[in-house]
Design a protein around this ligand. Sequence first.
Ligand SMILES: *Cc1c(COP(=O)(O)O)cnc(C)c1O
Length: 437
Amino acid sequence: MSAGSEATNEGGTAVTSSEELHKRRDAAVARGVGSVVPYYVDRASGGTITDVDGREWIDFAAGIAVTNVGNCAPRVVEAVQAQVERFTHTCFMVAPYESYVAVCEQLNILTPGMFEKRSALFNSGAEAVENAVKIARHATGRPAVVVFDHAYHGRTNLTMALTAKNMPYKHRFGPFAGEIYRVPMSYPLRDGGLSGAEAAARAIETVEKQVGAENVAALLIEPIQGEGGFVVPAPGFLPALREWATATGVVFIADEIQTGFCRTGDWFACRHEGVEPDLITLAKGIAGGLPLAAVTGRAELMDAVHVGGLGGTYGGNPLACAAALASIETMHELDLPAAARRIGQVMGDRLRVIAARDPRIAEVRGRGAMLAVELVQPGTLIPDPAAAAAISAACHAAGLLTLTCGTHGNVLRFLPPLVISDEHLTRGLDILDAAFG
Ligand SMILES: *Cc1c(COP(=O)(O)O)cnc(C)c1O
């Protein structure tokens, strides 16, 4: 227990700070904003979070794949501190500055594809996705956008329409944006073992029959689905869609908001299959926890939009840009793609051992430090969200912060910071192992 970890209420009775904060929160914060755990953060580092009651958590969430370089990564802290003393905001659309340009230069180099690229910066993942769709529609003059079952692309009006799952993201928030068409995903556990090529052919046939390729501006896909359940499509699925998009003049947009920035063991998940998207949306891991997002892609698409057609007051804020440049340096310096592969190996080995003894685990899947287990009723493929909730609760009770996901809420996902120490990783896996019983 750290000093000051206990507060007293007016009656002089000791109450834990998280309890007290939770009461204040209930009276002040809209109920629609949920939290996974009711414990309030005091500070955090490379692989742990310490709450206001002095309890240390092992972090297998990384703020939803955001703090890939860890919380308070030294270079990020230094860069943001230096920037906050120079200027905090001018709006790039009013008076531009170097760090915005430097982030765009870095993104153009780092993202897949050797062609000429341009980038634009925004605040959130949803905003990046909205802008990628704007750019694709503008450049092609076509209306339709093709998305996939289980997809998650955000919570704004357009991105709710692009997102598959009703509860909690869309329920009673309609009407939604039009010209969005959903087609089947490759989901090896649940699509009867279709090959990547077969699953792509099924998706493409649906588009051609129901929409018509010549009406399609963009095909938007997460190379590994995030909120939808860490669904890894069968090999060949993404390349076949890429080939079809090229042949039909459809803009291929990869949503790498969750998979990007070293998470899957490469800088971007598309690279595992050699797929080069026309546009790529980025956010989450880009800036060590500061809010930043981007669209990067082919110069001729990005530059099709008239001057003034893209932007926003805060997009590419100087503090966030400083943090992004420092995060990218950290990723190079610490070779975080290799770190993600190593975490994936250690975590994957352990999860497969648990899966071998626990018939509720239908599958261990993912890539690098983006791994998940899907839970079912033993001997069936019937989703078991209650098991996922119970195991999560056991992890939380023992001090491991984990997340669930999946259309049915029956997937446990693991997203440690890529700088997590071996000791914390092992301790987290021990807790997880015990939580499975
Ligand atoms: C989180 C996420 C988004 C939305 O990002 P926000 O910053 O929450 O708006 C979009 N797409 C994917 C794949 C995501 O994981």
